[in-house]
Ligand binder design. Structure first.
Ligand code: UDX
Length: 446
C-alpha cells in the first residue's frame, strides 16, 4: 500500500519504518531539511534499538523515502498519517498548529480519496478540527473530493518501539465510516493477522483512550511514589509493599516501581493536557492534578537527600550522576529527572560528573560546555574523585557494578539511588551509606 507520514520524529519514523518493513511503499515528509538529509543517508537521527538498521535496509531497498516536498507526499499515499509534534502551550494544552497545517496542506493538494490519520497524541475533538480544516482547504479551491479522518493513537514505548509497533497489545482506531474501518483493517493486517487486536470505536473515545492510558500509568507511578515517601516515615520498605500488592492481578506488577519521578515526552505532557481538557469541560481534575504535583515533588527528592547529607552545603562538592536519559535504552532527555537534579546541584554550587551510555550528546546539546559539568567516558570515570554517586536512570550496566572499586574511587562511599537498584543489606556489608527511595537508609560511619 502507499503510505505518507508527515513528521519523522519518534512516532512518525517508527511508524514509517515498520510499515515499510512490512512491504508497503512509504514516503516521509518533514519540514526539517537537515533531518531529511540525515535520513536520506540511511541514518537515524535519534537512538532507538534496532531502528537504525531497519531505516537503512528499507531506505536502500526503496520502500522508505524522505522528502521536504509536502505536495509529493499528498500525491503519494492513500493513507496520510499526521505524526507531527503537539508541544504543550503555556497553559498545558496541546498546540495543534502543526497538525492543522498538515491538514491544510493535504486539503490543498489532494486530487483523490485520502484517509487522514492522526497519530500524534491530540486532544479530544482534534479530528473534528482536522476535518474542518480539510473541508475549508478543499472549498477554497472548489474541489469536491471525498476523505476520511481517523484517530489512531500510538502506544509504543521508547526503547521498545519496534516490538511495540509490530507486536502491539492493541491497535485502536476511531472511525466514523465503514469505509474507513475497512481500509484501516487492511492497512494493519500484517501486524494483526494471528490474533485480532484491532479495537474500533468512535473518534472521540479513541482520542481520549490515549490520554486515559498514559494518565493511568502516570497515576500508578505517582501513587507508588507517595507510598514510598510514607514507607520511609513509618519504617516500611516500598519494595516489599510493591511485591505484596502486585500479586493481586487487579493491581498487577507493571508500573508500580517507586523512583525519582517519571519523565519523557509523553507522561508529563499528556497529564498536563488532560488536566487542561478536564478544566475546559468544567470538571475538576483532582486526581490528575495530584499525579502531576506528586511527580514534580518526586523529581526533587534526590537533590533534597544529597543536600541534607552534606549539611546543606554543596559548594565545591562533586556529585557523580549515572543515567541522564528519562529511562534506559533511549537517548531522550525530555523532562528527565537528571536535568532537575543537575540544575539544582549547580544552583547549590556543586560540580556534576555525568555518565550515560547513549545520552551524552543530548546533554551536551542542551547545556553546552560549562565548568561545573564534566561529561565522562565511563561510569567509573564519573565516580573517580566524586563526593557521592547518584543513580537516576536504571540502565542495565549499572545493576551490578564493581562496588569495591567504586568505594575506592569515591571520596566517601555514599550512594543516592533513585531507582532502588541495590540490595540495602549488600550495601551495608560493602560499607556504603546508601539512600534509596521508600526504604530505610543505610548509614555507615566513615
Ligand atoms: C509512555 C507509554 O508507556 C507509552 O504507551 C506511550 O505511547 C508513550 O508514553 P515512554 O514515554 O516511552 O512511554 O516511557 P515509559 O516506559 O512508559 O516510562 C515513562 C516514565 O515512567 C519513565 O521516566 C520511567 O522511569 C517511569 N516509570 C515507569 C517509573 O518511575 N516507574 C514505573 O513503574 C514505570
Amino acid at each position: 500500500m502507499d503510505i505518507t507520514i508527515f513528521g519523522s520524529g519518534y512516532v512518525g519514523l517508527v511508524t514509517a519504518t515498520c510499515f515499510a518493513d512490512a512491504g508497503n511503499d512509504v514516503v516521509c515528509v518533514d519540514v526539517d531539511a537537515q533531518r531529511v538529509e540525515t535520513l536520506r543517508r540511511g541514518e537515524c537521527p535519534f537512538y532507538e534499538p534496532g531502528l537504525a538498521e531497519l531505516v537503512k535496509i528499507n531506505h536502500a531497498e526503496g520502500r522508505l523515502r524522505f522528502t521536504t516536498d509536502a505536495a509529493e507526499g499528498v500525491k503519494h499515499g492513500q493513507f496520510q498519517f499526521i505524526a507531527v509534534g503537539t508541544p504543550p502551550g503555556e497553559d498545558g494544552s496541546a498546540d495543534l498548529k502543526y497538525v492543522l497545517q498538515v491538514a491544510n496542506t493535504i486539503g490543498q493538494h489532494m486530487t483523490e480519496h485520502r484517509v487522514i490519520i492522526t497519530k500524534s497524541t491530540v486532544p479530544v475533538g482534534t479530528c473534528d478540527k482536522v476535518r474542518a480544516q480539510l473541508a475549508s482547504a478543499l472549498a477554497a479551491r472548489n474541489a469536491e473530493i471525498e476523505f476520511d479522518v481517523v484517530s489512531n493513537p500510538e502506544f509504543l514505548k521508547e526503547g521498545a518501539a519496534i516490538a511495540d509497533f509490530t507486536r502491539p497489545d492493541r491497535i485502536v482506531i476511531g472511525v466514523d465510516s465503514d469505509r474507513a474501518e475497512k481500509l484501516m483493517r487492511a492497512l494493519y493486517e500484517p501486524f494483526n493477522h494471528n490474533h485480532d487486536r484491532l479495537i474500533s470505536m468512535d473518534v472521540r473515545s479513541s482520542e481520549l483512550t490515549k490520554y486515559a492510558a498514559n494518565a493511568l500509568l502516570a497515576t500508578k507511578i505517582s501513587f507508588m511514589n507517595e507510598l514510598a515517601n510514607l514507607s520511609e516515615k513509618v519504617g516500611a520498605d516500598i519494595e516489599n509493599v510493591r511485591i505484596g500488592i502486585g500479586s493481586d492481578p487487579r493491581i498487577g506488577y507493571h508500573f508500580i516501581y517507586a523512583g525519582c519521578g517519571y519523565g519523557g515526552s509523553c507522561f508529563p505532557k499528556d497529564v498536563k493536557a488532560l488536566v487542561h481538557t478536564a478544566q475546559q469541560a468544567g470538571i475538576k481534575p483532582s486526581i490528575l492534578s495530584a499525579v502531576e504535583e506528586v511527580n514534580e515533588r518526586q523529581k526533587t527528592v534526590l537533590f533534597s537527600r544529597i543536600n541534607a547529607h552534606f549539611g546543606g552545603n554543596l559548594k565545591g562538592k562533586t556529585i557523580a550522576v549515572w543515567g541522564l536519559s528519562f529511562k534506559p535504552k533511549t537517548d531522550d532527555i525530555r523532562e528527565a529527572t537528571s536535568r532537575v537534579l543537575m540544575e539544582a546541584l549547580w544552583d547549590a554550587g556543586a560540580i556534576v560528573k555525568a555518565y550515560d551510555p547513549v545520552a551524552m550528546h543530548e546533554i551536551q546539546k542542551v547545556y553546552g560546555d560549562r565548568a561545573d559539568l564534566k561529561l565522562c567516558d565511563s561510569a567509573e570515570q564519573a565516580v573517580d574523585g566524586a563526593d557521592a554517586l547518584t543513580i537516576v536512570t536504571e540502565w542495565k550496566q549499572f545493576r551490578s557494578p564493581n562496588f569495591a572499586r567504586i568505594a575506592k574511587l569515591l571520596k566517601q562511599p555514599v550512594i543516592f539511588d533513585g531507582r532502588n537498584l541495590y540490595d540495602p543489606e549488600l550495601m551495608q556489608r560493602m560499607g556504603f551509606t546508601y539512600v534509596s527511595i521508600g526504604r530505610q537508609p543505610i548509614t555507615t560511619e566513615a
